[in-house]
Design a protein. Structure first.
Length: 270
């Protein structure tokens, strides 16, 4: 039986993301945006970290997981707020910041950097977004009270249900924008304040982000760096325990015949 804890990196690359392939080109676009994000964060002393599958790729492959087509960055809510303020003035023209402030129909509670020289069809939700290029995701994390997080999920989750049920999503966007505005400016700040006053210690995705995962802050800080496709990027200080908690034996390769990608359509505008 093949030992999946050891693998031939060149064979994986030849199979999934050889040089010049659409996936490899997509990865290189994401890497370029990540290099810009790293530069800006270093300039303004804003701590960030790779996490999830991107962190797994960094530790196991020293870069992208060969078949992976996304890149995830995390940072604490307070640092996320600072980053959102400086990015518009720091990004080069070919990279757009996509957030509640920059894209009127964008109703996610995390931001994206979008490449303006490409197009990617991630999911049906993005059909109403202004920017639809190759992207990297920037997730804020917050110390919350679990009950507050459970309350927040359906409040914003309702917008996704409205979108999916609508024959023409554009006709319900005014309702989605209204709900998003109320949650962003009233409901979620109140929940965040209550969590802080009552000593919320569970570190997880910020309010309104429909994912469920809890991290041990002691695994993240202090941060360190690790090689990622030839550049040094910021990673949690105890990446081993963080990955072990999330993935188990994370050096074990998955079933390579059952892999799925996020993107449905990909175009490059040279």
């Amino acid at each position: 039986m093949e030992d999946k804890t050891t693998f031939n990196a060149q064979e994986l690359k030849a199979r999934f993301n050889p040089e010049g392939s659409p996936l490899r080109r997509q990865q290189m676009v994401m890497l370029g945006m990540m290099a810009e994000l790293d530069r800006i964060c270093r300039k303004h002393d804003i701590p960030y970290f790779l996490y999830g599958g991107t962190l797994l790729g960094a530790i196991r492959h020293n870069g992208f997981i060969p078949w992976d087509d996304d890149l995830d960055v995390g940072l604490l809510h307070k640092d996320y707020v600072r980053l959102m303020k400086v990015l518009p003035d720091e990004l080069p023209p070919h990279i757009a910041l996509q957030s509640n402030d920059t894209d009127p129909n964008y109703f996610y509670f995390y931001a994206k950097l979008r490449d303006r020289r490409s197009f990617v069809d991630e999911a049906n939700y993005d059909c109403v977004f202004r920017e639809r290029g190759i992207f990297i995701d920037i997730f804020p994390f917050e110390r919350v009270q679990p009950w507050a997080q459970r309350l927040a999920h359906p409040l914003q989750g309702h917008t996704f249900k409205m979108f999916r049920k609508a024959r023409d999503p554009r006709k319900v966007m005014w309702k989605i924008r209204l709900i998003t505005w109320v949650n962003r400016h009233a409901t979620f700040p109140l929940l965040r304040l209550v969590s802080r006053l009552t000593g919320g210690k569970t570190l997880t995705y910020d309010y309104g982000i429909p994912f469920h995962i809890v991290y041990d802050e002691a695994d993240i800080f202090p941060l360190t760096t690790h090689d990622f496709e030839g550049i040094q990027l910021s990673v949690p200080g105890n990446s081993h325990h963080m990955l072990q908690t999330q993935f188990g034996d994370y050096m074990q390769l998955p079933d390579l015949d059952k892999l799925q990608h996020h993107a449905n359509n990909l175009e490059f505008y040279d």
